[in-house]
Design a protein around this ligand. Sequence first.
Ligand code: ADP
Ligand code: MG
Length: 611
Amino acid sequence: MSESRSRSGPAPVRRLNPRWLVLAGAVLLVLAFPTLAHGDYRLYLGTQVAIYLLVAMGLNLLSGYAGQPSLCHGALLAVGAYVTAIAMTDHGWSFWPAAAAGMALTAAAGALIALPAFRVSAWYFALITLAFADVVGGMLVEWGGLTHSFAGVVGIPMPELSGHALSPAELFWLVAALDIACFLMIANLIRGRFGRGFAALRDNEAAARASGISMIGLKMFAFVVSAAITGLAGAFYAVQKTVITPDDFTPDTSIFFLVVVVLGGSGRLWGPLIGTLAFFVVPELLTSLQSWRLLIYGVVLLALMLFAPHGLEGAFRAGWRRLVRSGGTTRPAAVTEAVRPTLDDDDQAAGMAVSIAGLVKRFGGVTALDHVTLRIEAGSVHAIVGPNGSGKTTLLNMICGFFRPDEGAIRLDQTDIVGRATARIARLGVGRTFQTPKLLADLSATANVMLGAYAAERASTVEVALWAPRAAREHALLAAKARYFLGFVGLGDRVGEPAGELPHSQQRLAEIARALMGRPRLLLLDEPAAGLSLSEIDRLGALIRSIAGLGVTVVIVEHHLDLVADICRHVTVLDRGRVLAEGTPDSVFRDPAVVSAYMGVRPVAEAQVPA
Ligand code: ADP
Ligand code: MG
């Protein structure tokens, strides 16, 4: 379609991307700033703000996007600053290798503090980072032979470039250029799979694991990148100050950076810039209010928490949206002809068989599964039914590795998966949906569905960070695929909508689309018809049949027995963790034991036992 248009009509006028305008404006502002600053003090201040902005961006990546609250970025700044300063003054290194060493050691420190993050929840983790900040602060004093204790490192020289020391203006340009580069890198990472992965890490680990994302790798990545950026800022901090002492890096410094990020808008691209400016520049303009600064910020922070949970950036954006609302709603993006994925465009692998033997799972005193033995044929649509609390969800959770069985075996085809991490099981080709949908509320429906392909994305981290052609192409193809699958499940007109704004029934369908993005060979659906209208259930039935038509094995936990009878050839009935009956829907639903198990907990009409 687009091809024929370009052939017949005049070449379309390419509109300038507003992003380039913003970038050009930023570059001009940076170039002009030393002239505009009128004096050394303002230039010094501008450089300091630019250095703090680096730290704030690094922290925002970790705490805002990846949801790992850090109270030790002041300490990481200290590591970068001290390593650079000591290498330059005591060992005569030039700035560049010293800064590289500072960055590398800070990144290593970041990896070190990441370790407890795999074990404890976010709040405990915040305390651990605070302790780390305290330890570093202590080391700066105690390791006097290295750090010169309270006296600090003095006489740190300016960086040299081809034999001459950088002027203050040149130092500013260098740091500001790094700010811009860092901003673009983070923007690209967030636009790519890391943005989706971080959002999952922050808001919904279960969704992330079910989509095949290795939590450990992703958390480690966030820590290391965040720490490296902060270490780089530390190197510049040292040379700008020329003297650094332990007093520069008290635990307050760390808390202060977190305040800057929250104030600006945590997990927002422009948040660090807005926060840094608000924290530094506004008080400089209002010098008469200096002594009230802490109080004012306390009040502002409280007000933000109450009225603008996404910080100043979020408040601006909401105000802007209200202003331009008349401009129309988001345009649903159509599937372009250029990239037209189909369900079976790769070789569709055959469905996966599941065999379960003697499976036992206890939760404290409750035996959720009691010696369940069950075989699910490859390529079949197999229903698991039973009263509430009979262990259906638990069974799905065991197949996809959320829980480890107390006894028994689970094989997917020939692979024994007991003890394997959920993400690894997902990557074998196991997709699932949840009884309560687990979507990332702030992300669009399309981005949520794209998450499902996370493990299959091939562009390297560097390619994503630079938005290299391969990353851009992969992104476009995945977005088109995601829209295709959204259309496939009947949500073609909701692609741009934030997932949190979809009604519950549509969130269930979006989860199916997300699971399909991972090209599953086994699809586990947990009560997909709950909350759907009768006509929606009919459509769901047709949808599941077409998924099965591709060869995918489908396991469906469902209360709507009409739907089960309609799409399944095999039914297993669970009751109080045991297999009560199995067979075809016809035989099973007539089984007196099954009827009485259902009637024991609910009226016949609700259980919908087909006549
Ligand atoms: P169903 O999906 O059939 O309604 P579930 O598998 O959710 O049933 O639950 C089976 C039993 O296991 C219930 O008694 C439930 O309370 C218990 N259970 C399930 N998950 C957990 C858990 N994470 N912790 C403790 N008990 C659980
Ligand atoms: Mg359940």
